[in-house]
Design a protein around this ligand. Structure first.
Ligand code: UDP
Length: 333
């Protein structure tokens, strides 16, 4: 199939000459999803046009467009002539009635801009959007892009935005109860929040900044466990937060690293396969934390489970099914 993949265009930090690429240079949830899905679709022999991420590296079967606006995106799509358009931009680059068969993966919380032919990342996210029949397809991971390691080091990892709804402070509280250091990796767009954590958990929490490349995959492979203690409040769009898909869960598992998650949103659905789930807003005692760490699954099981559930080939074939449904005129809400 000819598939046009629309990525949300974002500038690379303060640099007004560069864009966040696919895959991203550092932090980039949606960009990783798009990159991994492209890996799976290319492997299955499909032809892709990537829009919204200039500077990404083309490869056989993958053309990278320079378009970053509504109008230039439309021109790029017309020139390509897709069988299906896959929108990841929440309508930023695609109108409600695009003129080509289209599907839309929703990456955020709440009701999306355009609801037709939506795809959700979890049942919790779909419920919060008010849809009952749209497909749920999990976020993919490409094992070839990660390092698998069985020997772990004595630290816990937080990888994501250092923000209230992502539970960075909760991760520090857990690490202190467990008596292990916590490496906090990710952009800290709320400096006061980060400062508060480092002040309140000295000797436990260490901030290592935003990470990319081998630094990121090494941290994922070396950690004793990844902490994803997402909270249902403090979200970016007015407070409430239902964790939609959580790419980091599959990334850790494929690296052989177990996950300790809260039960917020998608995490209650996916984390039990590769770790454990705790209630939100409750820090375990040292005894409980020790018990949790001792009961986590072993690396080999984690990798096999992650590939089976979320491997890029498996997820690409689920997407191909919905692409075909849309290309045949299928419409769902
Ligand atoms: N990430 C990264 N570097 C960082 C922090 C995060 O590359 O310093 C990546 C992380 O590996 C994951 C993505 O950014 O692929 C975050 O996606 P997730 O779905 O976990 O969170 P969200 O998209 O809600 O921020």
């Amino acid at each position: 199939m000819k598939i046009a993949m629309l990525n949300p265009p974002h500038r690379f930090g303060q640099d007004t000459t560069r864009w966040i690429t696919v895959p991203p240079q550092g932090y980039g949830g949606i960009q990783w999803v798009v990159a991994t899905l492209i890996d799976g679709l290319l492997a299955a022999g499909h032809e892709i046009l990537l829009v919204g991420a200039p500077g990404s590296t083309p490869q056989p079967g993958l053309t990278v467009s320079d378009a970053t606006t509504y109008d230039t995106s439309r021109d790029a799509l017309s020139a390509f002539g897709p069988d299906v358009v896959h929108d990841h931009t929440n309508g930023q680059l695609l109108p409600a009635e695009p003129g080509w068969p289209a599907v839309r993966t929703h990456h955020l919380n709440g009701v999306p801009e355009h609801t037709a032919n939506g795809i959700y990342l979890s049942h919790a996210q779909r419920r919060a959007a008010g849809s009952a029949e749209a497909p749920v397809i999990r976020l993919p991971v490409n094992p070839d892009r990660y390092t698998y390691r069985e020997e772990k080091e004595d630290f816990l990892l937080f990888l994501g935005r250092v923000s209230v709804h992502k539970g960075a402070r909760d991760a520090a509280a857990f690490a202190q109860a467990a008596g292990l250091p916590l490496k906090l990796a990710g952009p800290a767009w709320e400096p006061d929040y980060l400062h508060g954590i480092l002040t309140d958990y000295p000797g436990t929490a260490e901030y290592v900044g935003e990470v990319g490349g081998s630094r990121r995959t090494e941290l994922l492979a070396a950690a004793r466990a990844l902490l994803v203690l997402s909270q249902p409040f403090g979200g970016p769009f007015g407070g409430e937060w239902t964790e939609p898909g959580a790419t980091v869960v599959a990334e850790a598992a494929v690296s052989g690293t177990p996950v300790i998650a809260s039960n917020n949103g998608c995490l209650a659905e996916i984390a039990p396969h590769v770790g454990t789930v705790l209630p939100v807003e409750r820090t375990p005692t040292p005894e409980e934390a020790a018990k949790i760490l001792a009961g986590l699954p072993v690396p080999e099981h984690l990798r096999v489970t992650a590939i089976e559930h979320w491997g890029h080939d498996v997820i690409a074939s689920k997407y191909l099914e919905v692409y075909r449904r849309a290309a045949a005129g299928g419409i769902w809400a």
